[in-house]
Ligand binder design. Structure first.
Ligand code: B12
Length: 211
């Protein structure tokens, strides 16, 4: 499917209701959820990021585009879950403390769910202690951490340190990602896996469970 220009513009212009109804139209016309995401929604958010960087957009426009992206994802999420195969593992996930960005994290989690993982989403701005508590409670195979701000990358390390201090590190694999995160950093903070995209997240999660 080529990019839907209407949907692209609806996201960039922050029109949540329109974006959601256009997604409904595309689904009704037979478009695959993942194709809508990869061909239109992600490029639209990239465009929003560029406009922000070029100082054509400011925080209110970012917020509106973020809301439109969330609204567009709503009808897609259950479909991605439904297309999943048998359970592949349990994942506890969240955006780390101080960071409110969740669009990429939600995309990663939708892809993981769609690939058969059971996902426990702790949301955004999650303090290390809350991750530790969720690991104790749910005994997941994987802890998945997302960060979009350079400053909150440090909270990834604090989270991993807290998991180690709680004596839970041996029983779990840790995967990190988000735009500013890179492989060298992931290794330095003691993560087991790192990915750039939501598609990577699935491949990395599968390999961590298999290891
Ligand atoms: C939308 C947005 C917002 C929205 C967030 C809405 C929401 N509910 O998420 C709002 C308006 C709230 C916001 C606020 C801020 N933002 Co902002 N935001 C963005 C923007 C435009 C898009 C982010 C996004 O959703 N991208 C689309 C998704 C699909 O991509 P993604 O998040 O990168 O996720 C993908 C990968 O990274 C990966 N991934 C993500 N997590 C994980 C985890 C794992 C394990 C793996 C494997 C992969 C993975 O998979 C995803 C899909 O492929 C970016 C610019 C950009 N182009 O990235 C700036 C950006 C991230 N924001 C930025 C800034 C500075 C801020 C603010 C500080 C602005 C301000 N002055 O107030 C605040 C901070 C608030 C806070 N405490 O978190 C900067 C960060 C700079 C930096 N390096 O630190 C950016 C880069 C903009 C810029 N160019 O300056 N923002």
């Amino acid at each position: 499917m080529a990019r839907s220009e209407e949907l692209f513009d609806a996201i960039v212009d922050g029109k949540a209701a329109l974006a959601q109804s256009l997604v409904g139209d595309l689904l009704a016309a037979g478009a695959a959820p993942m194709v809508i995401i990869s061909d239109t929604l992600i490029p639209a958010m990239d465009e929003v990021g560029q406009l922000f960087q070029d100082e054509e957009y400011f925080v209110p426009e970012l917020m509106m585009a973020g809301r439109a992206m969330k609204a567009a994802m709503e009808p897609l999420r259950p479909l991605m879950v439904a297309s999943g195969a048998k359970p592949a593992g349990v994942v506890v996930a969240g955006t780390v403390k101080g960071d409110l960005h969740d669009i990429g994290k939600n995309l990663v989690l939708s892809m993981l769910e769609g690939s058969g993982f059971k996902v426990i989403d702790l949301g955004t701005d999650v303090p290390p202690a809350k991750f530790v508590e969720a690991i104790r409670l749910n005994q997941p195979d994987i802890l998945c951490l997302s960060a979009l701000l350079t400053v909150t990358m440090l909270a990834m390390k604090a989270t991993i340190d807290a998991v180690v201090a709680a004596g839970l590190r041996d029983g779990i694999k840790i995967m990190v990602g988000g735009a500013p995160v890179h492989e060298k950093f992931a290794k330095e903070i003691g993560a087991d896996g790192f990915g750039v995209t939501a598609t990577d997240a699935v491949a990395v999660a599968r390999s961590l469970v298999a290891a």
